[in-house]
Design a protein around this ligand. Sequence first.
Ligand code: NAD
Length: 248
Amino acid sequence: MLKDKVALVTGAGSGIGKQVALKYAAEGAKVVVSDIVEKGGKETVEEIVAAGGEAFFVMADTGLPDDNEYLVQQTLEKYGALHIACNNAGIGGPSAPIGEYPIDGWDKVIKINLSGVFYGMRYQLPAILKSGGGNIVNMASILGKVGFACSGAYVAAKHGVIGLTEAAAVEYASQGVRINAVGPGFIKTPLVEKSMDEASRKALVALHPIGRLGESEEVAELVLWLSSDKASFVTGSYYNVDGGYLAR
Ligand code: NAD
């Protein structure tokens, strides 16, 4: 599905981003695996190469404009083009009601989860245009559409990601670049499972009519489809992959 394409994935050292990188590579793309953590990113590259694919690692913090510029530069230097970007890196942030929310926690979540997507697209779009067109998938969340207690910064950032995706899609649709957002429900990754006891896990499961949390691979399938020519008429859209969470 992605033969001869060059794709970059941020936050590709773990969870959803890792599965997106593996699927892109399995479909024939050359993949730039980026993460702020070297170990996870390099492991993803090793898995891709072991499976016969092509990939290399670039350490970059999506919350820093210069790192995003560097990531695109490295991609062009190594593979000579950029066709696909998945802006996936993100953090959960502090858990507190808005009246008590730590200011530095707010700033950090907005910087990585929202500004990071803008910084990414700011440098990816000119490169994709120069490469003859392509597409971008931004990782939002079900919490880009509805609220969730004690997660104000995350909810605000993910709502922003959907708006930013729509604005960019309108600007670039006629120039051969499709831009979409994905809204996973709660997915079994370190981000969600890190600090969860059994009671909280059961409560989260109960919010998904399908009766379980999602798997990273299930999100990556949707991302892959959006990134492929099979989605050639799809831009400015937001797709859920949430086991029915938003349908309740
Ligand atoms: P994860 O913690 O498993 O992976 C996130 C990766 O991003 C990690 O490898 C981490 O090192 C990297 N990262 C963190 N900050 C970074 C930064 N500043 N620059 C570059 N890389 C950075 O989490 P995940 O669950 O796979 O989350 C991936 C994305 O999916 C996030 O945007 C998250 O908000 C979104 N999401 C997750 C869920 C879920 O339930 N897991 C649900 C909806 C949306």
